[in-house]
Design a binder for this molecule. Sequence first.
Ligand code: NAP
Length: 194
Amino acid sequence: MSPEQPPASVDLPATHTAPVVITGATSGLGLATARAMAKQGIPLILAVRNMAKGQEVAAALLRSGVRVAVRRLDLANLATVKSFTDGLIEDGVIPRAIICNAGVQTFDRLQRSADQFELTMATNVLGHVALLDPLLSHMAPGSRVITLGSETHRGGLRAFGFPGALLDLQTGVHRHGLRGRRVLGRSWYPGREF
Ligand SMILES: NC(=O)c1ccc[n+]([C@@H]2O[C@H](COP(=O)([O-])OP(=O)(O)OC[C@H]3O[C@@H](n4cnc5c(N)ncnc54)[C@H](OP(=O)(O)O)[C@@H]3O)[C@@H](O)[C@H]2O)c1
């Protein structure tokens, strides 16, 4: 679809009751984001690979009275990504924002995803693309996609033959996916905002 074409059809309006999906909400920045949003009363879907950890985080967040659901999403396993997106669409749960936060960096030894892609590429890029792709056309105008990247590539780091700009690619791919839609995209490198 070219940027000039009308945006994809919108099935449900974004309302203040629609949830925000956060990938990797079980630790670090994802957890901090979930806590900050829960404090503001924003309904959340914690998209996590470890359900026990996710339930533990949700139990703590629920104490603030906010609506929190935990759904399984292993970005390094494309079948679970499809189950996650199918589940949301079937349940009529259309997020008002998706925060693509989960990420790994595997520089010490080559690791592969369930689908045999290099693990950093699979988790940070392919998994998130597979997550966004089926959901974007359902999201209402004004919905948001927020991507966390990294400045790592600036040091010229190379991981297993992929250019160090891997995480920039993540950002670029997401921007491309947003073209022609009325969903707003923001990319954020911790410590720097674009
Ligand atoms: N912290 C920094 O200074 C910094 C700097 C630059 C960029 N970033 C970027 O910011 C984001 C968050 O960083 P962070 O430091 O908060 O990372 P973190 O503490 O290591 O947390 C990463 C999160 O991603 C989840 N995750 C990993 N693999 C996954 C998979 N296959 N499927 C689903 N979830 C998965 C982890 O789940 P588990 O709990 O199950 O392990 C965890 O919740 C990352 O994208 C990172 O590249 C961070």
